[in-house]
Structures are given as C-alpha cells and as structure tokens.
Design a binder for this molecule. Structure first.
Ligand SMILES: Cc1cc2nc3c(=O)[nH]c(=O)nc-3n(C[C@H](O)[C@H](O)[C@H](O)COP(=O)(O)O)c2cc1C
Length: 194
C-alpha cells in the first residue's frame, strides 16, 4: 500500500468512516498529560475540531489536565475505533485556543452545560452532591434571563501535531503502522514494525 502523503486528510477520511460506524461519541479520545513530577495521567475528552493546525478539545483549565497542560504544554491523544479496527495516535505541543474560538464553541453548548462549566470546580474535592447542586442553582440565579458567559477558566486546547501514527489491525497481529513525522519541509511518513 502506498502511504497517503497528508496525515490530516487521512485522519479526516477515517473520522468520517468512524462517524458512520460508531453511533455514540465517535469523537471520544484519550488525552494523556504529564505532571510536574513526571507522572502521566490520561482521561477521555471529546474532540471538537481539527484541521491542519491541530486537534481541539475543551475543558476547565483549573482541572488536573488543565493545570498540567499549562505547566507542561505537551500531550498525546489516542483514538480507538473498534468497528474500523483502527487506532490513531497524535502527539505534539499544546496551545490554548483563541478567546474568539472558545467563545464561539461555548455559545453553541446547551445552557445546562454552560451553567455546569461555572458550577463545577473540575477535579477539586467535592464534599457532597448537594454542594454541587447548590452551586448550579446559584449560577442559574446569577444568569437568570441572560446569556451565560464563558468562564475565564474554561477554554480549548489545541494539540499541534508533530507525530501522527495510524495503526490498522491485520491478521496474526502483523498490523500496519504508518507514522508521520513533521519536519520543517512538511510531513514524512514511514512504516513501523507492528
Ligand atoms: C465520553 C467522555 C467524554 C468526555 N469529554 C470531556 C471533555 O470534552 N472535556 C472534559 O473536560 N472532560 C470530559 N470528560 C471527563 C474527563 O474524562 C475527566 O473526567 C475530567 O475532564 C477530569 O479530568 P482531569 O481531572 O484529568 O482534568 C469526558 C468523559 C467521557 C467518558
């Protein structure tokens, strides 16, 4: 098989197939970050945008992942689309998206999610469910009859890829692996042993 030259186009084609094949959250992706002590942590987020600039997800910047990414701006993403037997791994530097981009996405969210973004002190210790519900009621009162603005601590991260690997399952675990490395003159692809 000839390796397609553009990994972003290849991701886009695959993602279209994933959306057809996977009814719920085909955009779910594991994101790994690294803490100040060198300890990795991983969790699922939803991919909300991608193009040649990178892969975007939104979160609370005071959460564990938020703090880790602001202090050490590198991440790894891992998609697994079981019905397609495909895995995609993306690695690179992380940037915070522009305020305009974050505002536009925040506006598109359901009001309940907008309220939740203010009410949840994501990844901090919660004393009781009541405490959270009281915070939700307070936010609802504060913005009653008005638009809910985007909290300053809630925005997007863009993973700017310098390495993208496509893995496709093959018989006897002799899988295909194509890794793309970004060089100053563009993407270079090579195969890896499975
Ligand atoms: C399917 C799925 C989608 C999720 N999407 C997001 C998301 O887009 N943003 C987010 O902050 N958390 C999302 N979460 C919750 C995270 O996995 C995680 O619990 C939370 O962000 C706190 O992570 P942290 O303590 O490492 O920062 C999602 C979880 C699941 C299972």
């Amino acid at each position: 098989m000839l390796i397609p030259p553009d990994p972003i186009q290849r991701f886009s084609d695959l993602f279209e197939r994933a959306k057809q094949a996977i009814p719920v959250d085909p955009n779910a992706v594991v994101v790994a970050t690294v803490g100040a002590d060198g300890r990795p942590s991983a969790r699922v987020v939803l991919l909300k945008d991608f193009d040649s600039r990178g892969f975007v997800f939104f979160t609370n910047h005071e959460s564990r992942k938020g703090r880790e990414l602001l202090a050490h701006p590198f991440a790894a993403l891992c998609f697994y689309w079981q019905p397609l037997e495909e895995q995609v791994r993306v690695e690179g530097r992380v940037e915070v998206v522009s305020d305009e981009e974050a505002d536009a996405y925040f506006k598109s969210r359901a009001r309940g999610s907008q309220v939740g973004a203010w009410a949840s002190l994501q990844s901090q210790r919660l004393g009781s469910r009541d405490e959270l519900e009281t915070r939700v009621e307070d936010v609802e009162k504060r913005y009653a009859g008005a638009e809910v603005p985007r909290p300053p601590h809630w925005s997007g991260f863009r993973v700017v890829p310098d390495r993208i690997e496509f893995w496709h399952s093959r018989q006897s675990r002799l899988h295909d692996r194509h890794v793309y490395l970004r060089e100053p003159d563009g993407w270079h692809a090579q195969m890896l042993y499975p």
